[in-house]
Write a protein that binds this ligand. Sequence first.
Ligand code: NAI
Ligand code: PHE
Length: 354
Amino acid sequence: MTSSIEELVADWDGEALVSHYDRDSGTFMFIAVHSTRLGPACGGTRIRIYPTPVDAVHDVLRLAEGMTLKCAAAGLPTGGGKAVLAVPELPTGTARRQLLLRYAGLIARLRGTYRTGPDMNTTGADMDVLGEVTEFAFGRSPDNGGAGTSAPDTALGVRHGIVASCQHAFGSGDLAERTVLVQGAGGVGRVLVDLLVQDGAKVLVADVDPARVVQLERAHGIVPVDPADVIGTECDVYAPCAVGSVLSEASIPRLRCPIVAGAANAQLATPQDAERLRAAGILYAPDFVINSGGALHLIGIELLGWDQATLRARVEGVGPTLREIYRHADAEGTTTEAAAEAIARARLEAVPAA
Ligand code: NAI
Ligand code: PHE
């Protein structure tokens, strides 16, 4: 990361970057409102230790843009935003609670322009704390009137996306013939493994936390993979469900899979990596499309009042949306990322700018 904050903000086409320094904890808080064209800017809050505040700004700006594309591509009446709390150490106990209450005050001052939810290192319990101060936090626990965890619906959408990707690449969506490598057995990855096992797939799992892999090995007989070996491991589908920037100039030539289809946000290290994947003959399911189940869950239930049947149908829609993207990309000779962005931008441009 070599750019300055000035360069990052000058190159970004979003609406506003709100920053606040929390002296009590030494935390930089950044809220990026990328677009409110379709509705309030929605996106989760990430708590993370970054090498420098510039890295945090880089992360929040690109993740907020991803949320704009995600909501637009999913047909949601919401815009895109994201927040990061760049902490000196991951807070726990009372210090965490106090930090979240102060952060909630910042969200409240934006009066609904930005609406948050869980993301990396934040949970429904954290949303319950934010909810004590502001109404603009999705994903509170059901006891507190929220929609609860979005991870299972994210996993379900990814499963539909994997089926659609196999249909496109192999002419059959039957996963009983397929080997899927799931990188990250957290909230999303664990449920995805369950679903894939039910589909009869052979499932390989890698996680930096060995206990999570052992648990799945006992429950399902999955095949463990060393986290360091993920990129070179042969499989039909590589499903990144942990960190971002896993698809890069360095990793793409080493991939031994015809499909990448997983939940992680911001999987492409740079925009050029979409073309690198296409040139390598690898079908890439754009992350902001295949992982939209979580946004559908949170925004659908809490903002739009969907019932379970509507939510199920919309999450299932991830499959047909991806098939349309693949057809467009083939017909136009573009990357799947470009085809997905075109769908999102068409939805955005159909609404006049305020
Ligand atoms: P999580 O924090 O529950 O799980 C992540 C898992 O990845 C953990 O088990 C962790 O030990 C593991 N991990 C971390 N670094 C790793 C590495 N280098 N190699 C292998 N494993 C590693 O997160 P969650 O909720 O499961 O989300 C996974 C990804 O999906 C994240 O990128 C998140 O931003 C994205 N996502 C999540 C949504 C949701 O509804 N939870 C919605 C949309 C995207
Ligand atoms: N952080 C999740 C995502 O990237 C879930 C989320 C969606 C949080 C919408 C808030 C609003 O999709």
